[in-house]
Ligand binder design. Structure first.
Ligand code: NAP
Length: 332
């Protein structure tokens, strides 16, 4: 594993997204197995773990934080735990994925932080993100609460998820932001426009869904069918049978680069972003040890700026299928 800085926070160059252990990828995983997997992640050098208050099920709405808290307790002083506040699921909805209800009222954030600290079995959160913007609450007010929480020692850093330039700049003025966590992968590159802003403000970038929900590992094909409605991939356009034909050129680019670099396609998909900017630390999610190890290996793959540029050029011109771009937000 290698390490790098996002803002002023040091993390492993590849982090571990823990969401899928409790949410969005079918049944909740076996707790004992996941606790063992998280311990192995620490052994492999992962120091950056991503969870959120809302990763769970209707019966156990905070399952993921409780799992992560229990698993990482023995290693607390050597890991960075990132969690998130500010949204709930609309469990009354029948749509897949479930719509999101933003709520960043200061009193809600206060309640959330106490709940997260308890479930994570810690007295500080390393990195606390606003999960989605709440249009009813000025971002300056949210940043003000973050400043108080930092002063109180309850959080060490804060960040924003799915944020745009205007919000980032306003937030940063009130309380310096450490990291932005936005969707980013070879099929979804719109946030590259934020890079100059992040460089200007010394903010790190944490790509979520860096493998396009697994597709960019080249391990899935037309025969892969997700029928469980609890598995959000059942509703994602990149996993429809026709998408495999539409993405043939992309798969070939990743495959050929992998052969050239003696790496796997998943490693190339991650190395492409890791090598692009020194402040990018993706958080691929997995529930399997071999993939955990494979993804960690991406930190050791070297792509030169020229090689990254050539991949970008090819991506710019390429036809691709539609790709999942996020969950509906309920307006209040
Ligand atoms: N801020 C936000 O709004 C937001 C939204 C979504 C996600 N996130 C965070 O980002 C993390 C990652 O995102 P994500 O889970 O949406 O997408 P992802 O990391 O692109 O993909 C995860 C999927 O890919 C599979 N996978 C992982 N490594 C693989 C490999 N080497 N080979 C083949 N398949 C592989 C996993 O399956 P297995 O588990 O079966 O290995 C899982 O189904 C989440 O865990 C969460 O912490 C944040």
């Amino acid at each position: 594993m290698k390490y790098r800085k996002i803002g002023n926070l040091e993390v492993s160059s590849v982090g571990l997204g823990c969401m899928g252990m409790s949410h969005a990828y079918g049944e909740v995983s076996d707790k004992k197995e996941m606790i063992e997997l998280l311990a192995k992640a620490v052994d492999l050098g992962y120091t950056f773990f991503d969870t959120a208050e809302i990763y769970g099920t209707p019966d156990e709405p905070h399952h993921n934080e409780s799992l992560v808290g229990e698993a990482l307790k023995p290693y607390r002083n050597k890991v960075v735990i990132a969690t998130k506040f500010g949204i709930g699921f609309d469990y009354s909805s029948k749509t897949v994925p479930l719509p999101l209800i933003p709520d960043s009222r200061p009193e809600t954030i206060r309640k959330s932080v106490e709940g997260s600290l308890k479930r994570l079995q810690t007295d500080y959160i390393d990195l606390y993100y606003q999960h989605r913007l709440d249009e009813n609450i000025p971002i300056e007010d949210v940043a003000g609460v973050m400043k108080e929480l930092i002063d109180e020692g309850k959080i060490l850093h804060w960040g924003l998820s799915e944020a745009v330039e205007e919000t980032i700049r306003k937030a940063h003025k009130v309380c310096p932001v450490t990291a932005i966590q936005n969707r980013y992968h070879m099929m979804y590159r719109k946030y590259e426009s934020l890079f100059p802003v992040l460089e200007d403000l010394n903010i790190g970038f944490v790509p979520f869904s860096p493998l396009a929900n697994g597709l960019l590992s080249n391990k899935y094909n037309k025969e892969t069918v997700f029928t469980d409605k609890k598995d959000y991939r059942s509703a994602m356009p990149q996993f429809k049978p026709q998408a495999y034909d539409a993405n043939r050129e992309l798969f070939e680019l990743i495959r050929a680069t992998a052969v050239e670099k003696n790496a796997t396609p998943a490693q190339i998909s991650l190395a492409w972003m890791i090598c692009k900017k020194s402040y990018i630390a993706p958080i691929p999610g997995t529930r399997k040890f071999d993939r955990l190890k494979e993804n960690a290996g991406a930190a050791d793959i070297e792509l030169t700026p020229d090689e990254v540029g050539k991949i970008d050029e090819a991506l710019n011109k390429m036809e691709m299928s539609e790709v999942y771009g996020g969950t509906k937000i309920v307006k209040k």
